[in-house]
Ligand binder design. Structure first.
Ligand code: HEC
Length: 124
């Protein structure tokens, strides 16, 4: 009986979710794996490595973490990091924020990008 109630609950969630959160379909667990590509340069614990910490990046303005030496391009980009901007940036960092200094060529796989963005959104 208990199981049945849970199934009904999930069914409702899936029926509504595509409309309400169309952009956040990423798989957080997969995103954690994808993030290993970023982790050489980015922590999620607030400490800077080669790149700024990405803790709290979701919903933050680009180039806004105090104490990190961003490129002038990143600071002046005016970007707000959300699903769409993170997706575009991770696909083609140099085209999205011209002149930025992230030494990462981009991520061609759209599912990987969605998953890693979903994971980043949990790093508050
Ligand atoms: C080889 C090092 C390196 C790798 C790998 C890397 N980054 Fe970066 N990243 C940087 C640097 C350096 C910057 C700062 C760029 C600047 O100031 O122009 C940056 C900036 C960023 C920013 C903007 C931060 C802010 O505070 O506005 C985001 C978002 C970001 N990276 C996400 C990622 C993600 C997600 C990955 C993995 C898919 C990744 N990066 C892989 C080095 C890296």
């Amino acid at each position: 009986m208990k199981t049945k109630i849970i199934r009904v609950g999930l069914g409702l969630t899936f029926a509504i979710a595509p409309i309400a959160v169309a952009q956040t379909k990423g798989n957080i667990q997969r995103g954690r794996q994808v993030f290993t590509q970023c982790a050489v340069c980015h922590s999620l614990d607030g400490t800077a490595k080669i790149g700024p910490s990405l803790r709290g990046i979701y919903g933050r303005k680009a180039g806004a973490l105090a104490g990190y030496g961003y490129s002038p391009a990143m600071k002046a980009s005016g970007v707000n990091w959300d699903n769409a901007t993170l997706d575009a940036f991770l696909q083609a960092p140099r085209r999205t924020v011209p002149g930025n200094r992230m030494p990462f060529p981009g991520m061609g796989n759209a599912q990987d990008r969605q998953d890693v963005v979903a994971y980043l959104a949990t790093a508050k």
